[in-house]
Design a protein around this ligand. Sequence first.
Ligand code: CIR
Length: 261
Amino acid sequence: MLRALTHVISPRLSDCELTFIKREPIDWQLAESQHQAYCQMLRRLGLRVDRLTQNSQYPDACFVEDTAVVLDEIAILCCPGAPSRRPETALIAQALAPWRQVKTLRLPATLDGGDVLLVGKTLLVGESTRTNQLGIQALAELTAPFGYRVVMLKPQGSLHLKSVCTALDDQTLIVIPGCLEQGSLEKLNQEKFKLIETALNEDAAANVLRVGEMLCVQAGCPETLAQIQKLGYRTEVIDTRELAKAEGALTCLSLIFRTPD
Ligand code: CIR
């Protein structure tokens, strides 16, 4: 079965890390109800959803994606680029231990899961303000024995690779125009990915959460949604826009992986 590890919203959410956006008031109740709706959607899609609570003292605890990279064969516990987020990983290590062998990245390597996009057996990894070359190299070394290949990309103007680029399927990526360096676009072309661009003012649609055959798309992105649907994908629309004020996207709210039960 597919399992989603999530974490409830911290009462301190408004003290979250912010890098590329300005702080504005966050309606905690609204954020909480959007988080609950997100978990409900995952349940509706057939996932078993675990909602952890023990990291609630950390403002960014709900953004669990950044704490680990979970593959079928192994889990890599990240060393998040933001020091305030590093204590979050201990709980995630415990939660993953029943399901995967857990390998841990350590400083000076840094890596946020939000920079790691799995497409088939390829890991597209963003070198960002959070993820450094040592982190990318360590990820490559830990995953190579299982047949994974790492391709390094450079996102620009955004927190994580997955804020600007995610996969619609193993051959097709959705990207915000202008948010990957030219060299990265060339690499993606060489790798034969088909690139779909988000519509104007719909950047949030670049972060699509893929759950099996279903693509979950952020609310408020009608043109991009129509484009995705026209290509024949099945879609669900979900609204987590209050969490976007904490610079969080859809994918960052869960770690999704297969377990035997
Ligand atoms: C942070 O800056 O770390 C959080 N405020 C937001 C993290 C969002 N993570 C993600 O999109 N993967």
